[in-house]
Design a protein around this ligand. Structure first.
Ligand code: SF4
Ligand code: SF4
Length: 407
């Protein structure tokens, strides 16, 4: 069985981590028996990293209940500080104490600042985040420290440099190689010996499900026995800088499929032909895009803060993966990643047409017109107020509700 070493911490981690965000549910609550069985099975098969967060409903409490006895020392627990809930220094201390209580542990193995970009990080730095982290580590409450990232690629190295982080959690898959942390950002983090955990290796399940027919045919022709999910997971694990991929598994079949991939995909083990196949599929998918944006990010930064590649990407995905309905995956992504629910807002509607990005685009796109299309597709009157309501009232209410339910 192969484990991957995090040079910074000395821990050896199995390449498949268990994401405890989408545990099996029953009547809207975690199906405790089913979820326990699934997690124990994963651990018995070699999984030794479980990822949760303060904001993942009842997940921390549930893990605290089941990871005892022989299972207590078999896994590293990773949980996260919800940046969005921190108003003052004391909030960080209070949240960490609550997490230790929920997890029934004296110490958290990996403690990450949840879903930050530069704006969210700067806000926390002003609240003495570094002092909090150092104190918590000196007191033994947390062992290793990192952050999970959702921001534009040019900000990622800046965040890497603000502290002596041990690990980072990033979105990475073959379709999103150039956005968010990006391949260059991952290399930069690896050059500092940091562990790199990957979320969304299947792009929220999109790369595992029904893909454009031409892309499916290419994969099937190359290997009729390999699923779309396998292609996507293998591609991520083939990168030697990746410590492990996190998968929010909620069925034994999913777990078995992922375990099989994790057992056999060692770094740099994909053949040249297989890598070429993924490249061709990517090209086919890119050719079907409504906007011919490669998400290279050369147009950034925008003086108005528009996250141009992410706006284009989400717009393209809506049509590529045929997202339908009033509330669909693309709209949710747009709200989450560019409208500032979690941090900076970089939505298309902020573009004032200054034109500074135009000459930087190698595709010679008329970015201003394309952003107008994006705005028309996803934005609506009053959106700003709704999102502000969600951020300042909806999330805090949700937090209180989770607290009440956990009592
Ligand atoms: S034209 Fe719009 S997107 Fe481009 S730099 Fe100016 S404000 Fe930003
Ligand atoms: S708009 Fe052009 S420069 Fe900007 S990310 Fe897309 S292709 Fe690259």
């Amino acid at each position: 069985m192969q484990y991957r070493l995090i040079k910074k911490t000395g821990d050896e981690i199995f390449p498949l981590g268990f994401g405890a965000m989408r545990l099996p549910l029953k009547n809207g609550k975690i199906d405790r028996n089913k979820a326990k069985e699934l997690i124990y099975h994963a651990i018995n098969k070699g999984v030794n990293f479980i990822d949760t967060a303060y904001l993942y409903g009842d997940s921390e409490t549930f893990l605290g209940e089941i990871l005892k006895g022989e299972y207590a020392d078999k896994v590293k627990i990773c949980t996260k500080l919800p940046a969005i809930n921190v108003r003052k220094y004391e909030d960080m201390e209070e949240i960490l104490s609550e997490q230790l209580k929920r997890l029934q542990r004296d110490s958290i193995d990996y403690y990450l600042i949840h879903a930050v970009d530069s704006k969210a990080m700067n806000r926390l730095l002003k609240k003495d985040l570094i002092k909090f982290l150092n104190n918590a580590r000196n007191e033994g409450k947390i062992r290793h420290i990192g952050f999970s990232y959702h921001g534009p690629k040019e900000e990622f190295p800046l965040l890497i440099d603000v502290y002596d982080w041990d690990v980072v959690m990033v979105q990475y898959n073959y379709f999103d190689e150039n956005v968010q942390a990006s391949i260059e950002g991952i290399e930069y983090a690896a050059s500092k010996d940091m562990g790199i955990f990957v979320m969304e290796p299947l792009k929220g399940g999109i790369l595992a499900g029904k893909m454009p027919s031409q892309a499916e045919e290419i994969f099937k022709k190359a290997n009729p026995n390999k699923s779309n999910a396998q292609w996507a997971m293998e591609w991520v694990l083939n990168n030697r800088n990746i410590t492990c991929v996190l998968s929010g598994m909620n069925s034994p079949e999913q777990l078995e499929e992922n375990l099989e991939i994790a057992y056999k995909t060692t770094p740099m083990s994909m053949s040249f032909e297989d890598l070429e196949t993924v490249e061709i599929v990517k090209r086919v998918m890119r050719d079907s895009l409504k906007i011919n944006c490669s998400t290279c990010g050369y147009c950034m930064p925008c003086p108005r803060g528009v996250n141009i590649p992410e706006c284009m990407k989400i717009y393209n995905e809506k049509f590529l993966f045929n997202h339908k309905g009033f509330i669909n995956q693309s709209l949710m992504d747009y709200f989450q990643y560019v409208c500032g629910i979690m941090g900076n807002s970089g939505n298309a509607g902020k573009c004032n047409g200054c034109g500074k990005c135009l000459r930087k685009c190698p595709q010679k796109l008329d970015i201003i017109s394309e952003l107008k299309k994006v705005k028309k597709e996803f934005e609506f009157p009053g959106m700003k107020y709704i999102l502000s309501f969600v951020r300042h009232i909806g999330f805090p209410l949700y937090r209180q509700l989770v607290k009440l339910l956990n009592r």
